[in-house]
Each structure stands twice: as C-alpha cells, then as structure tokens.
Ligand binder design. Structure first.
Ligand SMILES: Cc1ncc(COP(=O)(O)O)c(C=O)c1O
Length: 386
C-alpha cells in the first residue's frame, strides 16, 4: 500500500513557510532583534541558570531531541528489525501531549468536514480537541467484554476503510483508563492495511511497561507516536510532550508550532531529565511504582465487595478496580467519601464503556498507598453496612 503525506496534511499546512527570525541565523552579539528587555527579568534573586529568562528560548531544542531519540533507539524492542534509527529530525515538541494532540488534528483534519476515530474507553482529550476544531468523532469500542481492552483490529479496519473522511486513528497504549498496552501486532496490522490517514499511538504511560512504537516511525510513514515527560519522568509541571513521526511529517509539525512553545524553564528541566543518571532514576522509579502497583492490587482485590479481577491491564502507573460487580452507586459513594472524609482523591470511571463500578487509582508513594488502603477498607466497610 502506498502512503502519500500530501494527501493527508491540509494543503495550506503542507506548504507552510515556518516563522523565521534573525536568531535563527545569528545567536551572539548585541541582541536587538527580538524586542526583548535587555535590563533582564524584573524578578529579584534569580540564580544564574535563570538569568537569561529575558531572552526567547531555543525554538528547536536539538540537544534534548537528540538525547531522547538516542534513548528510544537504545531501549527499542525492535533491534532485530534493523530499523533506521530515530534522530532529532523525527521529533517535534509540544506543551504536553495535549498540545501535540491538538496539533496533529489541526494539521490533518478539515474543520466541519473530516473526522477522527477513537477507541473508547479512552483519554477524553482527543474528543475535546476534535470538538474545539469542529471535527467529527467516530467511535469503535475496545474489546471490553473479555476484559482485554485490546483494539478490535478487524472492526477498526472496516470502519477506516469505509469512511474516507477519517484522517486520524487515536490508539492509547497503554490505555487510559484501561491500563492495557495495545499489542504491537494489532497496531502494525492497521498500519499495513490503512494508508489514507495517520495512526496516532499515545504512549503517555509506555515507560511503565516498555515496547514503545516510537522506533517504528522510520518504517511506517503513517505512524505518529506521542509521549510525555508528565508520567514516568515525573515532570507534569513543566508541560513537555514529544511527537515522533517520519522526518517529512515532523518537519511540517515543527513548521506549524508556535516558535517558542517550549519555555527556557521547561527546556532546562527536560535536558536534565535525559542525562544518563536521571534516565536511570526514571527507570528505577517506574520499577518502584510497578512493585507498589501489585501490592495495591493484592490488598484491594482481596476485600469483600471488590471484584477479584482487576479491570483492563497493569501496564501503566494506575490500577482500575471494580466495586461490587459493577455497582456504580457504591463506587461513587466510596469515591466521594475517600475525597471528603479521608482526603484521598481517586477517579470514578464508572460511566466509561465497560467500566461500571470502577475506580481508577494512581499508584502513589508507599505511605500514600498505605493511607489509601487503610481508608478504602474503612470506608467500604462503613458504606456496605449503612
Ligand atoms: C493517555 C494520555 N495522553 C496524554 C495525557 C496528557 O499528557 P500531558 O501531560 O503531556 O499533556 C494524559 C494525561 O493524563 C493521558 O492519560
């Protein structure tokens, strides 16, 4: 099957000339080109690393992109396939994945006409961004009846092949709220059989299970992989997301983004996060979270009025458990009591497809998890004896 990027990207964006500034050509000297304030930041007491905050940040972030590409190459599970390695040119950075999601929709879908396909239950921002951009949303549920929450590959392909107005398929892997990583073979089947749009794999939680599809963007020009520093890297506050794509598509996405979307502060922290020792820390924290995830699960699923079987998968930094065989009333009461009486906030997900009676619980630190377990047990016992 052939893939033609020009047919996928909106014509004005395909032909966009990126914003160009004098700083692209000259970075040193007396800088009087960008209407900055040479007196410096008005804030007193900034340390040296923040002393340049009166200057616009680097629009390209090559050092960070190179380090991140190299980390994904090194940890790739597709080594035997001899893929062309990722380089900085395969990346575009956004203000969190949320900005990357919005950007890919705007790059490809004509408002009021074209569509995206989502696989519920899933992350709601795809639909929110689609609505904002006046893009229709088509749904094809995950396989929830067998609790696998895998992609129904055959149905997805049927929907895609019968609707030429669908430009994007969003796959969340591992899923939110399902916690289930979507099998790579299923993703590759779609990539090989549908080339009239882009397959966007949102891997916000991938470092908790491994097996990123990012290295595959050099093999499949119709693949886009999204990742973020918000989860495994513990940097939700800096807002930094990564889009991996073919060089041609990454170039278009970079041309389209606001030139200075990544602030100097975000960039400083992001660069530190990809240094060797900090990558090791990220991996060891992910392992600690995974260990705690299993403890949390054992404790909660052994309780009366909590189903033995967790819902979905265990591939992310949260678990989803079902209260009393899908009892939304009890689950909602428990959710509210936890928040208001115990000061422990989890997420009620009982209205999501295949998730009746479900609470999604993020794995915290061991003392936080201890508190959750203790309060959960106490409140559940009180509620069922009411
Ligand atoms: C699947 C998924 N994608 C993206 C995001 C948002 O990531 P970011 O913080 O990078 O915007 C989340 C956040 O919860 C998520 O669950």
């Amino acid at each position: 099957m052939t893939f033609d990027l020009q047919k996928i990207v909106r014509p004005k964006i395909f032909n966009l000339e990126p914003y160009h500034c004098a700083r692209d050509d000259f970075q040193d000297g007396v800088l009087l080109d960008a209407n900055e304030n040479a007196h410096g930041p008005t804030q007193q007491g900034l340390d040296a690393s923040n002393s340049e905050l009166h200057r616009y940040p680097d629009p390209h972030q090559l050092e960070f992109k190179t380090a991140m590409a190299s980390y994904r190459n090194k940890t790739s599970t597709y080594k035997a396939e001899n893929l062309t390695p990722l380089t900085s040119e395969n990346l575009c950075l956004g203000v969190g994945s949320d900005e990357s999601i919005d950007a890919i929709i705007r790059a490809t879908c004509v408002p009021g006409k074209e569509k995206i396909l989502v696989l519920p239950p899933t992350y709601s921002m795809y639909s929110v961004c689609a609505e904002i951009n006046d893009i229709e949303i088509v749904e094809c549920p995950l396989l929830y009846k067998n609790n696998s929450f895998q992609m129904d590959t055959e149905s997805v392909l049927t929907v895609l092949q019968n609707d030429p107005l669908i430009k994007l398929l969003f796959i969340t892997s591992p899923g939110n709220p399902t916690g289930a990583r979507i099998e790579t073979e299923r993703i590759e089947t779609v990539l090989q059989n549908w080339t009239d749009g882009l397959v966007v794999v949102d891997e916000a939680y991938i470092d908790f299970c491994g097996g990123s599809t990012a290295p595959l963007v050099t093999k499949y020009p119709n693949l886009v992989t999204l990742q973020t520093l918000s989860k495994s890297f513990g940097l939700a506050g800096i807002r930094l997301g990564m889009t991996y794509a073919s060089k041609d598509l990454a170039k278009i996405l970079n041309a389209m983004k606001a030139p200075y979307n990544i602030s100097r502060l975000a960039s400083d922290f992001a660069l530190k996060a990809v240094q060797h020792d900090n990558l090791q820390l990220m991996e060891s924290n992910a392992k600690k979270i995974n260990d705690e995830k299993h403890r949390l699960l054992r404790e909660l699923t052994s309780l009366d009025y909590v189903d033995d079987q967790y819902v979905g998968g265990l591939d992310a930094n949260f678990i989803m458990i079902r209260v009393n065989k899908g009892d939304n009333t009890l689950a909602k009461k428990l959710y509210l009591a936890l928040a208001t009486e115990s000061g422990v906030v989890v997420r009620f997900r009982g209205t999501e497809l295949g998730c009746s009676g479900c609470l999604r619980i993020t794995v915290g630190t061991p003392p936080e998890n201890d508190k959750l377990i203790k309060e959960f047990k106490k409140l559940l016992a009180e509620l069922v004896n009411e």
